[in-house]
Design a protein around this ligand. Sequence first.
Ligand code: 13P
Length: 254
Amino acid sequence: MDKERKLIIAGNWKMNKTVAEALDLIQGLKRELAAVKEVDMVVCPPFTALSEVSKLVLDSNLRLGAQNMSENTGGAYTGEVAPMMLKEFSVRYVILGHSERRQFQKETDALIAKKALAAHAVELKPIVCVGETLAEREGGLTEQVLATQIHGSLAGLSKEQMNETVIAYEPVWAIGTGKTATTEQAQSTHAYIRSLIQKMFDDAVARRVRIQYGGSVKPSNARELMSQPDVDGALVGGAALEVRSFADIVKNSI
Ligand code: 13P
């Protein structure tokens, strides 16, 4: 598939996989995906598996991501993980502001912006998540919600930092529900997000920023979604937990 931007497909394992299970999955992915050069591939295991997984992915084309981190650099923050601690395990990416964290940990756009700046301070690339709920889409509020999230979560980033940031558009109603946005919905929403980036930064940044789609991405819908001009990859949940389905999503996207 000839795309303007290199696709980036990431697996968000969420709160799944023991260390042993994680290593199994990585071994399988390495076997299946060793020849892939056309797509940037990222795995985001839970914190507890980062250390062991980092050793296995070192000699591979898989890059490592984390699912969250603190906005602080260190100190008395019980239960938190500092950005530099992720760097110790060769983590390159960090998912920020996933809708589950917005919902269950009450993360705000302002907090996510602080985390994005903290990530850039140690050269971690943030994957900043945005997306509307079903009620918001049905109420005609999608664009308004996304504009607020984009402006708030990316506040204070320089153009250079934005060039090293990935956006994940994940409609909340499509996450883990089996309901995928139609390709038209995905394309038009991604184009809208890119127009927001153009206004907030400039043309060059908007042309360069990669916008992933997330929400019930499967081998069967990956090709059509990834063929949309403004869809530059996927953030995969459930289907990233099995070798076969994640590998097929990647292969079907090429
Ligand atoms: P599913 O692929 O399970 O719908 O999850 C999407 C997601 O939340 C990825 O971050």
